[in-house]
Ligand binder design. Structure first.
Ligand SMILES: [Cu+2]
Length: 199
């Protein structure tokens, strides 16, 4: 449950909920709290571990040793712990409840909200895509096809010789002499063609 303290507290609680609440540890050394000042976010828990007979009481100011009605651990022995969960932003002053200790300067403070740890999102490493080398296509040279010279075929003397040789066509034509008129006429035409070639 969110205490409806203020809009600021609510928004800080919302911000605090974005990260897991932390436990901030404070110990004592002689008549001192170590560290004497801690930063916390709303939702964080302060955990004191006592190194001797001491206590922690919330005070109204850094100059006061009197409790202000806030937390009071009561007298603790060495090794004991006491925790307090921060519920709203602001400065919390506390001291050892043993007045002689407080008067000796055994005081501490919790700074809430002044330095809410920012959520650190590591930068996403940029994926470096190497430039694709441009493929240079050489220009295709235009092929000029030379004009084909017209070949004039001279009359070949050899053609007459080959035509003069006995050809199968001529023999077939000769053998068709006894066939019907139509076949005979066709054979005659072949012979006439052969005769033309021979000229
Ligand atoms: Cu003390």
């Amino acid at each position: 449950m969110l205490p409806a303290t203020s809009h600021l507290a609510a928004s800080l609680l919302t911000a605090a909920s974005l990260r897991s609440a932390a436990t901030i540890r404070v110990s004592t050394s002689g008549l001192s709290f170590v560290p004497p000042v801690v930063n916390a976010a709303v939702g964080d828990t302060i955990e004191w571990t006592f190194g001797g007979t001491h206590s922690v009481i919330r005070t109204a100011s850094a100059a006061s040793c009197a409790g202000n009605g806030g937390f009071d651990s009561g007298i603790k022995a060495s090794g004991d712990k006491f925790t307090f969960t921060v519920t709203e932003p602001g400065m919390i002053q506390y001291a050892c409840g043993i007045v002689t200790h407080c008067n000796s300067g055994m005081r501490g403070s919790i700074v809430v909200g002044a330095s809410v740890p920012s959520i650190s999102i590591p930068p996403v490493p940029s994926i470096s895509i190497p430039p694709v080398p441009s493929v240079s296509m050489p220009s295709v040279p235009s092929v000029t096809l030379p004009s084909v010279p017209s070949i004039s075929m001279p009359a070949m003397p050899g053609a007459a010789t080959s035509a003069a040789a006995p050809s199968p066509t001529a023999k077939a034509s000769t053998g068709a002499a006894g066939r019907p008129a139509a076949a005979g006429a066709a054979a005659g035409a072949v012979i006439a063609a052969a005769a033309l070639l021979a000229m």
